[in-house]
Design a protein around this ligand. Structure first.
Ligand code: CAO
Length: 419
């Protein structure tokens, strides 16, 4: 038995943000019916193709455990099929451009009339306001949500991060909204509208930077490296390089092999509670009591010197040796792991965080499995559907089409089937 057994999701999502959300729901046992344009499908099927003729990794890695129906929702017969799907399903999830669902004739008011119990879950770039009509992609959200202005080095331009906090981050937020609405429906019997804006989700993930924006009014941010370097603050939270966000000084330091390996680095935090152990490990025991070094406040203007000394030590060790030496002392360090190293970590396959998935047209590929583990709901990752692979099955077994009615729908051209 799966946690979301019996829940049917009408999945009108595409690209990354929405599919991230519905994939999680599918992993927890929901029946996710992905509606795709006949002959075209989700645009990511054909983006960044590495195996000619096969669905891309972009698509396969975001659409596991789903079923695919090819359905033209602008065609009159297609609309009838869609109405039947809305009647059958518990949740409709979409991340079309603003207004697209309304233009199809499926406004929230209409959807509620068709099925008052349904939950409509939407991702948009912005919430209501001056930018509400904009189409938005990942990096736009990272910039508009405050992340880019606070990422990177002070003397360089704003930076976007490799983690897809705008797309996958918003998908996660929406997923929580959906299960919360399902929980509330248990008591009220009613559906509701759930929305998550990409700007809002990025801002939520950048919450500590809004904290710092307000702290600036009370004085300089002493834990930022620029304070110790005597560089004045402006009106907005600056980019903090690799400073840690939590008030404990931290940096990325070179390790053995850095000259040729771009990832031979470690993150190193000089946590106040373990300062004495840090001094012992790097061979500067006198710093434990030396005036100007003994307390965190005294050290603020010496952080460059201190980290340069720690780096002299880390450069004599590999990043994994640094971790092995520091961990027993509770000194927080993090090796900079490349995607290659992560892909080769069998421990991550053992926990299901990485999975090897067989696929009929592209062969076996590696995917990231479900990052959330439930003790009573095991996740089994199955491959993404081919375009229209389940059209017939959904029409007949979910919607009850049969005989002439089924033939008529297929003949109308409103639906397509895997070729
Ligand atoms: N049958 C018929 N028509 C369909 C259909 C189907 N099964 N599925 C989609 N369509 C139509 C839509 O109705 C829309 O038509 P109109 O423009 O006539 O209303 C059209 O396809 C295109 O949809 P779109 O505007 O959503 O797609 P796009 O490629 O132009 O824009 C995106 C993509 C992502 C920028 C936009 O959807 C968006 O801003 N979404 C919200 C924010 C978001 O999720 N962004 C993250 C994307 S991941 O980086």
């Amino acid at each position: 038995m799966k946690a979301l057994d019996g829940i049917k999701i009408l999945d009108f999502t595409h690209v990354q943000s929405g599919p991230t959300c519905t994939q999680l729901l599918a992993w927890f046992g929901a029946d996710v019916i992905k509606v795709e344009r006949p002959g075209v499908g989700d645009a990511t099927r054909k983006q960044l193709v590495d195996v000619p003729g096969a669905d891309s990794l972009y698509f396969t890695m975001l659409n596991h455990n789903k079923r695919s129906i090819e359905l033209n929702s602008k065609n009159p017969v297609g609309k009838e099929v869609l109405i039947r799907l809305i009647k059958e399903c518990d949740v409709l999830v979409e991340n079309f451009a603003p207004g697209a669902l309304d233009r199809m004739g499926f406004s929230w008011e209409n959807i509620q009339k068709i099925n008052p119990r349904i939950i409509l879950a939407s991702i948009k770039g912005f919430g209501p306001g001056k930018y509400q009509d904009c189409k938005v992609y990942e990096n736009v959200a990272q910039c508009a949500g405050g992340s880019a202005s606070t990422t990177g080095f002070r003397d360089g331009p704003p930076l976007v991060t490799g983690a897809q906090i705008g797309d996958s981050g918003t998908g996660l937020h929406l997923c929580l909204g959906i299960v919360t609405a399902l929980f509330q429906r248990e008591k009220t019997g009613r559906g509701q509208k759930v929305t998550a804006a990409m700007q809002d989700s990025v801002l939520n993930l950048a919450r500590v930077k809004m904290r710092d924006q307000q702290r600036l009014a009370a004085g300089p941010l002493t834990e930022y490296s620029q304070f110790g370097e005597g560089i004045p603050f402006g009106e907005a939270v600056p980019r903090a390089g690799n400073d840690s966000g939590g008030g404990q000084p931290g940096r990325i330091l070179k390790c053995k092999g850095w000259e040729t390996d771009p990832n031979a680095y470690t993150y190193f935090i000089t946590q106040a509670a373990v300062w004495e152990k840090v001094c012992d490990v790097i061979g500067e025991p006198e710093w434990k009591t030396k005036p100007g070094y003994a307390t965190p406040k005294e050290r603020l203007d010496k952080l460059n010197e201190i980290f340069a000394r720690i780096e002299q030590w880390t450069m004599t060790k590999t990043k994994l040796e640094v971790m092995e030496i520091c961990n027993p002392h509770d000194i927080p360090v993090g090796p900079i792991l490349s995607m290659k190293e992560i892909a080769e970590d069998e421990g991550l396959y053992a926990t299901g965080t990485l999975v090897r998935v067989p696929h009929p047209t592209r062969g076996e590929y590696i995917s990231v499995g479900c990052p959330i583990k439930l003790s009573d709901c095991e996740v089994e990752v199955t491959r993404s559907p081919l375009l229209g692979e389940h059209t017939h099955e959904i029409l007949s077994s979910v919607l009850g089409y049969s005989g002439k009615e089924l033939d008529d729908v297929i003949a109308s051209g409103a639906v397509g089937e895997a070729r």
